[in-house]
Design a protein around this ligand. Structure first.
Ligand code: CO
Length: 138
């Protein structure tokens, strides 16, 4: 049921500083405008790669879940990986049936389609985001 790698989430204290790294050091040329996702407490900026995306996330607001991550990783770091699934509710039910801890109910993610997160304790230390693939994608 696991689909395409949609993006790798990277937490950063400064999207502008991280954009400069991906642009100047790695040569990324397709970098989107950053936007706020208040419901998830993050600023988001996508960097397009030929086969995937990097999702830069910076804290938005005082109760952003990213503050805790940055307290442990002040320079930022790799935060989650996101795989596409055909149906988010089916995926959430399947994860729960297999004993994994799904964090919260499906909610609209940065791509405008519903997402869930699976706790890293059930995935070998990796925070996994599952995202319903946009209709007609790929
Ligand atoms: Co993400």
């Amino acid at each position: 049921m696991i689909g395409r790698l949609n993006h790798v989430g990277v937490a950063t204290p400064s999207i502008e500083a991280s954009v400069a790294l991906y642009r100047d050091l790695l040569g990324a040329t397709r970098i989107h405008e950053k936007f706020a996702l208040p419901a998830q407490g993050v600023w988001v900026c996508f960097v397009d790669l030929p086969n995937s995306q990097i999702e830069l996330i910076e804290p938005y607001g005082d109760d952003s879940p990213i503050h805790k991550f940055l307290a442990k990783n002040p320079a930022g770091g790799q935060h989650h990986v996101c795989f596409e699934v055909a149906d988010i509710h089916e995926a959430a039910a399947d994860m729960k049936a297999k004993g994994a801890t799904v964090l919260g109910e499906p909610r609209i993610g940065a791509h405008g389609t519903p997402v869930i997160f699976v706790h890293p304790k059930d995935m070998g230390g990796v925070l996994v985001e599952l995202m319903q693939a946009p209709a007609g994608a790929h």
